[in-house]
Design a protein around this ligand. Sequence first.
Ligand code: EPU
Length: 419
Amino acid sequence: MDKLEIEGGIRLKGEVSISGAKNAALPIMVASILASGESTVDRVPELVDVKTMGKLLGHLGADFRYSSGKAVIGTDRINNHVAPYELVKTMRASVLVLGPLLARRGSAKVSLPGGCAIGARPINLHLMGLKKMGAAIELDRGYVTARSDGLKGAVIYFDIPTVTGTENLLMAASLARGVTVLENAAREPEVVDLANALNSMGARISGAGESVIEIEGVDALRPLKYKIIPDRVETATFMIVAGTTGGEVLIRECRPEHNDALITKLEEAGLTIERGEDRIRVIGPDRPVARDIKTMPYPGFPTDMQAQFMALMSTAQGTSVIRETIFENRFMHVAELKRMGADIDIEGGVATVRGVPSLKGADVMATDLRASASLIVAGLAAQGKTTIHRLYHLDRGYERIEKKLEGLGASVRRMQKDA
Ligand code: EPU
């Protein structure tokens, strides 16, 4: 397993360009199986999760090719309806094939994802929605099997706004008979991007980005030709990297409006932020000021930025209270930040971070994707050398991150095998 060595304490300066959004690319690649023919998706980031999704699509019978950000997916021969345990266990987003397979082939068998490092993450709301649309659902030996002779429109209310649940249902409803209404739907920009992609295939979706989405089913969809939005979590991570090192970074090819909640908090914490149409300039303070956050569904503060924000708050002036309300176990980075000298207590879903003047480099272990990013933030700010072990989590979600950091003057080195 690779590890990353960071020599901290360098003010980062320069420009960085943002890659396509992982969490938009994955569902949009899956959407290709709703049509027959050759789909092309541009600005797909080169990530392990994208490779896994390519493997899964290949397993279902698609012809998947990927090169320099372009995914070409041939879907004339979708001849398998099983998403096996081996693929689902490495990437939960595999569950996104459930709705489209059911809509296109009338059956889908998908391994239940099970819990993961950040929480239990059930898929009961995905299944509830498909049942409402007339699917017969069975759970047996760790697999969910869904069957239908033709899905029909329904009114579906989500108890919790679920991102991939909303996406699964959007895709299933696009080929259903009649109108489907999703209430308390997720409003994340990635959901909107999927709805735009589906509409470009001939779907009739209105209201994406709001809590109520209406989908009028159509008989068939055209293959996809689409370009993914920039990754708002990568954008936000680079903003924090600039902030934590007291640096000055121009972030290009991003969508500032997707990070309003974070930008507000960062400004309050003392970062100077200049927004352009597709760029953000961030100037970090000598030392940030403590601010409280509470993670919420979009447009609230994103859970995917909680760990990185906590790393920033570790060296802030004052005490920051961080409430995680989306996932029940998303504080795995706390123990690692404490190894670097952070002063953090956790009680239930609340972390109290008392800022210290500086962190010290240490050996730390990445436990999940965003926790890895938070250790990078901490390592860049710390005095001395930090070694991040179990780097593979990072490669699931950040494209060429060490190259991008090097471009900003950071001292980072990937070591090929964990000793
Ligand atoms: N939930 C249920 N039942 C369901 C579905 C969700 O109880 O059927 C609960 C979850 O347990 C959680 C909450 O609802 O407490 C929200 O979960 P959601 O379904 O929205 O999460 P997700 O769709 O599994 C996506 C992203 C995550 C991101 C979350 C929240 C993708 C592929 N994944 O997950 O991204 O954290 O939304 O914004 O889009 C990441 O990129 O690092 C990542 C984990």
